[in-house]
Design a protein around this ligand. Structure first.
Ligand code: EPU
Length: 302
C-alpha cells in the first residue's frame, strides 16, 4: 500500500515518523517471505496516538511489526502499511533489580546486557530471535523460562481507547505462547524485575542454552522458529518427525531436517508455498493423531 494522502504525508515529519517507500517484508522477516508496502518508523512513543488517529481517519490499514521473527507475510503489494518502532537511546536502563527496556530492543541483547549488570533469570531466552515487544506479545519462552514471569509492568498503546497505558504485571495474564493483551495493543516498553546473580553464573546458564539450541534447531536457515504451538502434553515437532515428514516440501518451503516443527525457506519460497506446507502437515497430524495443531507463527494475509 502506498500512502498518497498529502495531509498524512505532511504530518509525518512533525510527528517524527520516518516514511520508507515500498519496503520488502521479505527483507524484514526471518523467513525471508513477504510482499512490499510503505513502512512508518516511529521515533517517539508519544506521537503514536496522533499517528494512529490520522491513519484511521484516512482509512489506511496498518499492522505493527516487531522483529519479524515469528511472522509469515503474504506476497505481492500488501493491503496495509507497516508500523515499526525506531531504536531510542538509551534503550535499556537498569535500576537496582529492574531493567526498563524499549520494545524495539533485540531480546538477546537485553538478556546479555542485563547479565553484564548481574541480573539473571532470562538465560533460557538467549537465542530466541526478535524484539522484546514481540517476545512480550507472544510470551516467548524456551528452556523453562517465559518472558512473562519477569514482567513488572508493560507500557502499551491501546488502539481501542487511543491511549498509552501502563499495565502492571498482575493485570496481564501470561500463558504458554499466549497473553491477555488485545490483538491490536502495541507493545512500547517493559520493566523487567530480575534476580541478582553473578555474571559468570548467568553466563554459564546462557552457554548451556546456546549449546542445546545449536544441537537441536536449524539456526543458520531462514525460519520463523516453531510453526505450531505444542498441544498440551505433546510435542508438535516429535509428531511431525514420527510421520517421517522431515524434508517434506512444497516448492522451497521445507520441513527442517533438524527439527520438524521448524519450516525453512530453502530458497525462494512464496507465502503460498509455506501456507500450503503448513496446511498439509496440519492435516496429516490431525489424521494420524486426532490433534489439530494451532499456529504459533503469526500470519499476515489481509
Ligand atoms: N523432537 C523430535 N523430533 C524433532 C523435534 C523434536 O523427536 O524433529 C523431540 C525431541 O527429541 C524432544 C521433544 O521432541 O524429546 C521436544 O523437542 P524440543 O526440546 O526441541 O522442544 P520443542 O517442544 O519442540 C519448544 C519450543 C521452542 C523452544 C524449545 C526449547 C514450542 C512450540 N517450541 O520446542 O520454541 O526453543 O522448546 O525450550 O513451544 C519457538 O517457540 O519458536 C521455539 C523454537
Amino acid at each position: 500500500m502506498r500512502i498518497e494522502d498529502s495531509r498524512v504525508l505532511e504530518a509525518l515529519p512533525k510527528l517524527q515518523v520516518e516514511l520508507q517507500r515500498s519496503v520488502s517484508l521479505a527483507e524484514l522477516t526471518s523467513l525471508g517471505i513477504g510482499g512490499t508496502t510503505d513502512l512508518l518508523r516511529i521515533q517517539r512513543h508519544d506521537s503514536i496516538p496522533e499517528l494512529l488517529a490520522l491513519l484511521e481517519e484516512h482509512h489506511i490499514a496498518h499492522k505493527f511489526l516487531g522483529g519479524g521473527s515469528n511472522l509469515l507475510v503474504i506476497d505481492g503489494e500488501l493491503p496495509f502499511v507497516v508500523l515499526q518502532l525506531g531504536q531510542p537511546r538509551p534503550d535499556v536502563v537498569i535500576e537496582g533489580d529492574t531493567a526498563y527496556v524499549d520494545a524495539a530492543v533485540d531480546l538477546g541483547k537485553t538478556v546479555t546486557f542485563c547479565a553484564k549488570n548481574n541480573l539473571g533469570g532470562m538465560e533460557g531466552l538467549i537465542g530466541v530471535p526478535g524484539t522484546v515487544g514481540g517476545a512480550l506479545r507472544m510470551n516467548a519462552g524456551a528452556y523453562g523460562t517465559q518472558i512473562g514471569s519477569c514482567v513488572r509492568e508493560v507500557k502499551v498503546y491501546r488502539a481501542a481507547t487511543h491511549e498509552i497505558k501502563i499495565l502492571k504485571g498482575p493485570e496481564i495474564s501470561f500463558e504458554y505462547r499466549h497473553t491477555s493483551f488485545a490483538p491490536d495493543d502495541m507493545m512500547l516498553a517493559v520493566t523487567l524485575q530480575l534476580p541478582s546473580k553473578p555474571y559468570q553464573e548467568i553466563l554459564q546458564g546462557i552457554r548451556i542454552c546456546n549449546e542445546k539450541r545449536r544441537a537441536s534447531q536449524p539456526l543458520g536457515q531462514k525460519s520463523a522458529g516453531c510453526i505450531f504451538k505444542n498441544p498440551s502434553g505433546a510435542s508438535a515437532g516429535r509428531m511431525i518427525d514420527e510421520l517421517g515428514l522431515k524434508g517434506f516440501s512444497v516448492g522451497d518451503a521445507r520441513v527442517s531436517d533438524r527439527h520438524a516443527n521448524f519450516f525453512v525457506n530453502s530458497g525462494r519460497a512464496s507465502a503460498a508455498d509455506m501456507l500450503r506446507l503448513i496446511a498439509d502437515v496440519r492435516q496429516r497430524v490431525e489424521h494420524a493423531y486426532g490433534v489439530t495443531l494451532e499456529n504459533e507463527v503469526v500470519v499476515w494475509n489481509a
